[in-house]
Design a protein around this ligand. Sequence first.
Ligand code: MG
Length: 312
Amino acid sequence: MERLERVVGAVVGSAVGDALGAPFEFGEEGAFSARFPAAGAGGEMCGGGGWEPGEATDDTQMAVLVGESLRERGGLDLPDVFERFQRWARGEPKDIGLQTEDVLTSGDPWDQAAARHFQVNIRAAGNGALMRAAPSAVRFAGAGRTATMDAGRRLAALTHGDRAAWEGTAIFHELVRLALSGADPLAALPEVLGHVHPGHRERYATVLAPTWHPDEATEFNGAVWPWLGSAVWALRTTGGFEAALRAAIDLGGDTDTVAAVTGGLAGARYGAGAIPARWTEPLHVPLPGWDGRVLRAEDLRRLAEELGGHAG
Ligand SMILES: [Mg+2]
């Protein structure tokens, strides 16, 4: 399979997961397959809970903002990404993470806002940075392990002061890099954990272990560890893009985010061709704050190609 096929798969796959999971957010375990018992039957991009069929949420909206900044600035321009996030937050998105909103609207400078939030609110290890990492993961994959993990950390730190969120995003970046190269990211997990900050390694080792099940999660709802663990679990226990997303959304809870993370990993592993056309056709990404702009799957494909065609 061509590398570019995997690059597009990561970005479009993440957006598809987000839109597919959104109507099931905070729903019961098994709600997705109860409604759609047969895989491949169609109608799964159903909308609901305030979302149109195929409408992507804040996960993908923020991912697009990151991707467009990387493309237009020619690399990592953290103040620019932060400004784009702020402009988006002012555009009153339908959904925005509580912590993300606090940080973006605090009035503090880009390089202090998340840290100050963390000083006051001890709980800052949400999954809100992990969920938006597909475009940056494909952009920095060509630069190697150290560079992509570092970029993941820096982008996460814009809104999340807790290093746990940085490390989770760094792991996601590295798993995508491995998948894009054609390697099996799951087989490489023990080695990847060796590059996680020592103070956070054990906790990630727990949720990324082959025997771990999402039911074992002990953290607060929306925490970064179990959501990365759940996405990896969905990838490990299934054999294709559609099955991985079904498993992820069936977990219930924060379904758009777990499906966005799963979709990014599964898309990188199985390629864009594995994403059902009936899911990409209705996909659309409104961008609040950007004069009514709405991106379609084709726009995401182009963004992914431009980011992932970059050597370093
Ligand atoms: Mg969301």
